[in-house]
Design a binder for this molecule. Structure first.
Ligand code: ADP
Ligand code: ADP
Length: 220
């Protein structure tokens, strides 16, 4: 599903450059559940944003679902992203001028789905995440944990084949965090490929493999 060859991310620095990622070679097969771990600043979020097609300023080669991302134009990358990827942002990135319901409807708008069906899919997800009562509120009327739940719900509402999650339980109580991990595990058993960035050893036990980063490099 994913192959990275010699991927690097470089930032210009006064008097030189800084490698946020260096020499990343990586294959992730369809159906895997992978955890990316490593100290703060080691490049985890940078790698996840590249995998999620949110960052296109890097060097190297990246094949995703048989497509050479490094050769695609912006429009093709956007289509690939909207069709196949659900992304949970560390800082939620909900749209502030849309309600919870409307935020959840967005990923479905990229699918050919009649309004009635969109309604029923969004209602199912609101139900599953126990946030039905919040559906007409705006993100700034929610607690951090509730915003995180909406962020996770938005990532999976359109049933993407790949879910990328940056610390998806960082702001949740441990029982809520476990529920999210169990949900990921279930989706994974149904075939969804999942890649999470996590500091939590407990969260990593839900996955089948750990990729460790240190100073922008993969370590074994
Ligand atoms: P953590 O992994 O601890 O949750 P983040 O992934 O948010 O933290 O950020 C890791 C480090 O990268 C932090 O030290 C942060 O200040 C730094 N950082 C993040 N974005 C930028 C940026 N655009 N420019 C400079 N530093 C950044
Ligand atoms: P992690 O998620 O592992 O905490 P990040 O991927 O957020 O780490 O950051 C990796 C490194 O890249 C950090 O050292 C961070 O300071 C650096 N970095 C991130 N964004 C920028 C930026 N815009 N300019 C310079 N350095 C950056």
């Amino acid at each position: 599903m994913i192959t990275l060859r010699n991927v690097e991310k470089v930032y210009p620095l006064k008097g030189g450059v800084f490698y946020a990622l260096r020499n990343i070679n990586l294959t992730i097969k369809e159906g895997e559940f992978v955890s990316i771990m490593g100290p703060s600043g080691s490049g985890k979020s940078t790698l996840l944003h590249i995998l999620g097609l949110h960052d296109s300023a890097w060097n190297g080669e990246f094949d995703l679902l048989g497509q050479p991302v490094h050769k695609l134009d912006k429009k093709k990358r956007f289509e690939l992203q909207k069709k196949h990827i659900g992304f949970v942002f560390q800082s939620y990135h909900l749209l502030d001028d849309l309600t919870v319901y409307e935020n959840l409807e967005i990923p479905l708008s990229y699918r050919d789905m009649p309004k009635k069906e969109r309604e029923s899919v969004v209602c199912d997800v609101l139900d599953r995440f126990a946030i039905v009562g919040k559906k007409d509120l705006y993100p700034n009327q929610l607690s951090g944990g509730q915003q995180q739940l909406v962020g996770v719900a938005r990532a999976l509402v359109a049933k993407p084949s790949l879910i990328l999650a940056d610390e998806p339980t960082g702001n949740l109580h441990s029982d809520q965090g476990r529920e999210i991990m169990q949900l990921f595990k279930k989706l994974n058993s149904e075939g969804t490929t999942i890649i999470q960035v996590t500091h939590s050893a407990e969260n990593a036990t839900y996955g089948s493999r750990v990729i460790r980063l240190a100073d922008g490099m993969m370590v074994v």
